[in-house]
Design a protein around this ligand. Structure first.
Ligand SMILES: NC(=O)C1=CN([C@@H]2O[C@H](COP(=O)(O)OP(=O)(O)OC[C@H]3O[C@@H](n4cnc5c(N)ncnc54)[C@H](OP(=O)(O)O)[C@@H]3O)[C@@H](O)[C@H]2O)C=CC1
Ligand SMILES: N[C@@H](CC=O)C(=O)O
Ligand code: NA
Length: 367
């Protein structure tokens, strides 16, 4: 730990959601910043631990939470945290859920002076009113919201875009592979080789690796990419005038077979997916016959005012076909200053470790 970090005052953190990313986040704090950050509350969807006076360690926090016997109550949490903010503490709410209900509380958290950090895309990609309320509440109280991990997980995507804008560059287009799940699926399913694994098998592995949303259909229906497209578009002033529409207005291609569209359980969805393997294999063959691979891309085209999340075919030698592996994302920023050679950010775009790192680095930026 650097001396600057060691000398800084403690900040109080409440963690809502301890799934894949939340668990990793708590462990990273307790391992790397134990004396700098104090976790004062932990909440799963079933139990809540008020840990102000507890000595949490990577080995004991989960059992302390599961045996607390207290049901989560976000309103009580809100009032307890605002008391601490009023006493002069720097308080941060970290939302590691994908819950709309938690996202809807951000304006209240911010109004009470509680900072919000999150990888949850819901609030920033939903309709304009919630987003506007978040921005206004933050301006009113001075509390901040940081959401780097909502796009490209730990990759510096939102910060890069905001830096380009803040320094006066003119962003013309942002395009790339914005989904770790879609990247993993198509990097393995559609290559320059003929044939390959079944579609359902690669989706299953992407889920096992922790890349997918809690319900994998939220990735396959394009909504996750459409949300990221919306979040990025809201950082670009030329599009933000009048504020961009919500993610449902992004032109989006869904890969979810209509027969599976109403399934609410992720497990049932995965179990039924093999019924459609032949359909996806024929998509792959059609592309391969044209010497192309399939990739799922996002585009924010400022000049054309176009936002889309779509399936495209690319030649075998295109960077989207050759340069990506694993859950890699790639973001190409076409701007006035970068001219014909876009600024590129590339690397793992999903997975608990890199996402939690993005959340933790937001916390360090805040402090
Ligand atoms: N995984 C990744 O690679 C990335 C994830 N993200 C985002 O990070 C967030 C978390 O993802 P991930 O960890 O993979 O998802 P998980 O489903 O593993 O974890 C989410 C957790 O939130 C909990 N939860 C839901 N509602 C509440 C609530 N009201 N109060 C407290 N806890 C609640 C769930 O508990 P329970 O299971 O009991 O319902 C679950 O444990 C999502 O918004 C996702 O989009 C962003 C970038 C990358
Ligand atoms: N499900 C998402 C997780 C990160 O945002 C993805 O696959 O990219
Ligand atoms: Na990011």
């Amino acid at each position: 730990m650097s001396p600057a970090v060691a000398a800084a005052p403690k900040c109080l953190v409440a963690v809502i959601g301890v799934g894949l990313v939340g668990t990793e986040f708590v462990n990273q704090i307790l391992t790397h910043l134990p004396s700098f950050v104090k976790i004062v509350a932990l909440s799963s969807s079933k139990t809540w631990l008020n840990s102000s006076n507890a000595d949490l360690t990577p080995a004991n926090w989960r059992s302390a939470l599961s045996t607390s016997g207290i049901k989560p109550d976000l309103n009580t949490l809100l009032s307890q945290l605002s008391e601490k903010a009023k006493q002069g503490h720097k308080v941060v709410v970290v939302d590691n859920t994908s819950s709309d209900a938690v996202a809807a509380l951000y304006p209240q958290f911010l109004k009470e002076g509680l900072n919000v950090i999150t990888p949850n895309k819901r609030a920033f990609s939903a309709d304009q009113s919630l987003y506007r309320e978040i921005v206004e509440s933050s301006q009113l109280s001075g509390a901040r919201f940081l959401n780097e991990s909502t796009v490209g997980a730990g990759l510096p995507v939102i910060s890069t875009l905001k830096d380009l804008v803040a320094t006066g560059d003119k962003v013309k287009k942002v395009e790339g592979v914005f989904s770790g799940t879609m990247s993993y699926i198509f990097n393995n399913f559609s290559t320059s080789q003929a044939g390959g694994p079944s579609f359902s098998s690669v989706v299953t592995i992407a889920r096992e690796k922790g890349y997918t949303e809690p319900h994998p259909a939220d990735d396959l229906n394009g909504a996750d990419v459409a949300r990221k497209v919306t979040i990025l578009s809201r950082c670009i002033p030329a599009l933000a005038s009048g504020l961009p529409r919500g993610y449902k207005d992004v032109n989006t291609t869904s890969l979810v077979p209509s027969q599976l569209a109403e399934i609410t359980s992720g497990d049932e969805f995965i179990a039924r997916l093999p019924e459609f393997d032949n359909h996806f294999a024929s998509m792959r063959k059609t592309a391969h016959d044209k010497q192309k691979v399939i990739r799922y891309v996002g585009v924010v085209d400022v000049d054309k005012g176009e936002m889309k999340a779509s399936v495209e075919n690319y030649p075998f030698d295109h960077p989207f076909a050759t340069a990506l592996g694993g859950s890699d994302n790639i973001f190409m920023f076409h701007t006035e200053r970068y001219g014909a050679r876009p600024l590129i950010v590339q690397g793992a775009g999903a997975g608990a470790a890199v996402t939690a790192m993005g959340v933790l680095s937001d916390l360090l930026k805040l402090l």
